[in-house]
Structures are given as C-alpha cells and as structure tokens.
Design a protein around this ligand. Structure first.
Ligand code: G
Ligand code: G
Ligand code: MN
Ligand code: NA
Length: 256
C-alpha cells in the first residue's frame, strides 16, 4: 500500500525521468535509434530502477498513466532532438501488455504524436510477448498502430511463448533478440545457434533485427559476421540521461 501511494504521488508530481540507450547500426557504427527507459526520481531515495516498480505498476494498473507519461516524454524529447538539428531517428518505448490492450490506444498515441509534433515514423513501440495474450485482439491492435505509421518491435524475443506462431501472424517491423541469448554466444554453441538462426529467419521474413545486451567486442564481431543489423548494450553505452545521449549523438559511441 505504501508503494501504491508513493507511486500515485509520483504520477501526480511527475517524479519520473527517462534514460536513453543508443541502438547502433552494426555496419556504420552510427546511432540509428534510442530506447527510452524510465527511472523514478524519488525525492528521498534518488533514482529508482524500473525493476522496483514496473511489475507492481502493472499489477495495480498504474502502468497506464505511467506509460502515458513515458510516451509523451519520449516523443517530446525526440522532437526536441530533431529541432536541435540531430539526424532524425526512431525512439523506442516499452509498452506493457495492459497498455497495449487498453481502450483506444490508437487514439491516445495519435493524440500524443499530434501534441508533440513527432512524425509517427520516429516512434517505435516495443511489445513483449505474453502467454495470456489474446492473439486476435493483439493482431487487431497492431494493425491499428500500423495505420498510424509507427513502428512495432517484439522485445525480449525468444523468451516468450509460441513466438513463431505470433511471428507469422503479427504485422511487426523488428525483433529484439533477448540479451539472455546474446550473453553466452561466445561460450555456448546452443546460444550461438539460436542467435544465428533468429537473424537468418528475420532476413527471410523481411524483418529488422537488433541484438540486446552486447557487452564485448567478441560478441559484436560474432553478430557482425552473422549479419545482424543493429546492436544495443553496455559495450556501447548503458542507458544514460538526455545530455549524455546528446554527447554521443555529437561525438559517436566510444566503440564505433
Ligand atoms: O532500464 P532497466 O534495465 O532498469 O529496465 C528494467 C526493466 O524495466 C526492463 O525490462 C524494461 O523493459 C522495463 N522498463 C523500463 N522502462 C520501461 C517503461 O517505460 N515501460 C515499461 N512498461 N517497462 C519499462
Ligand atoms: O527488457 P528490456 O529489453 O526493455 O530491458 C532493457 C534494459 O536492459 C536496459 O534498460 C538496461 O538496463 C538493460 N541492459 C541494456 N544493455 C545491457 C547489457 O549490455 N547488459 C545487461 N546485463 N543489461 C543491459
Ligand atoms: Mn525494451
Ligand atoms: Na529486452
């Protein structure tokens, strides 16, 4: 109950901040996108990781107003970067299942895009597959989002349920290979096989692919050799604040 009250206050007072993690084109080494990740800027405790409040927010339904704040803040920031003269790139926002299935999601997103002036092609929504998902409803929601002109990716790909079934049916643009597969690609031949197979599959299905959790040069090299499009991970940068991200946009990521 304490957490619930504190979160309600945090929503009312907008005690949140977005961090941004660069997504890098593996060929050019350039930043071609960013993922927005929420932190709670608690008045006494300082920055709190989403691991401490997102699952509670999902259970309690508070994820809906929090998610709306994230969406608006991310679109606003991306538009501001464009106005500052940085090359336009998509910003990815994590959508929880509850948000994804909320009434009139399309209208809400459309409203935020209008208010912030962000061109829909520069917004990407990350959806995580879920066991309890109503597939027909999900397809309907995805089609509506696609009508808006936003991009859609499947987050944590490979960890969910019946992924190939969804892949065949879902109108999506990109798969994000979960970092649990990337972690051991250099030591576990099974993980290496899974990752190369996912990459090959995305090529045949005309989907983009990004590997998450890239932490070493060896992993990067492996992914490059296996023709992964994009990479994200601590090797380039952890999630950082807006000013730090602007520095990377100006000067490049260290490992590029
Ligand atoms: O950024 P970090 O590694 O601390 O994120 C931890 C988890 O919280 C990740 O699974 C991430 O997807 C989730 N998360 C971060 N920001 C958001 C958000 O804005 N909305 C939702 N639904 N989940 C988020
Ligand atoms: O679930 P989701 O993919 O949205 O989680 C994103 C989070 O993963 C980021 O916020 C970040 O904290 C974490 N992350 C990003 N890159 C790395 C990495 O290279 N290694 C590890 N262990 N975690 C990472
Ligand atoms: Mn994500
Ligand atoms: Na993920």
């Amino acid at each position: 109950l304490k957490l619930e009250n504190e979160l309600r206050r945090a929503i009312a007072l907008e005690e949140f901040v977005l961090f941004y993690q660069p997504q890098v084109d593996i060929e050019t080494g350039r930043i071609v996108g960013v993922e927005a990740l929420i932190r709670w800027n608690h008045p006494e405790k300082g920055l709190i990781s989403p691991n401490y409040f997102i699952s509670f927010a999902e259970e309690s339904g508070l994820i809906v107003p929090i998610g709306e704040w994230v969406l608006r803040a991310a679109c606003k920031q991306n538009k501001a970067w464009q106005n500052q003269g940085f090359s336009p790139m998509p910003i990815s926002v994590n959508l929880s299942m509850r948000q994804f299935f909320q009434h009139n999601l399309k209208g809400k997103i459309s409203h935020v895009l209008e208010q912030t002036g962000l061109d829909p092609q520069y917004l990407e929504l990350e959806i995580t597959e879920s066991m309890t998902m109503d597939v027909d409803h999900a397809i309907q929601s995805l089609l509506e989002l696609k009508e808006l002109g936003v991009h859609v990716s499947i987050d944590d790909f490979g960890t969910g349920y019946s992924s190939l079934y969804y892949l065949k049916k879902f109108p999506i643009d990109k798969l994000k290979i979960d970092r649990s597969f990337v972690r051991d690609i250099m030591v576990d031949p099974n993980d290496a096989a899974i990752v190369t197979t996912i990459i090959a599959m995305t090529r045949h299905l005309n989907l983009k692919v990004i590997a998450e959790g890239v932490e070493t040069e060896e992993q990067l090299h492996f992914l490059h050799q296996n023709r992964c499009n994009e990479v994200q991970g601590y090797w380039f940068s952890p999630p950082v604040n807006a000013v730090q991200l602007e520095n990377m946009l100006s000067h490049g990521v260290h490992a590029a």
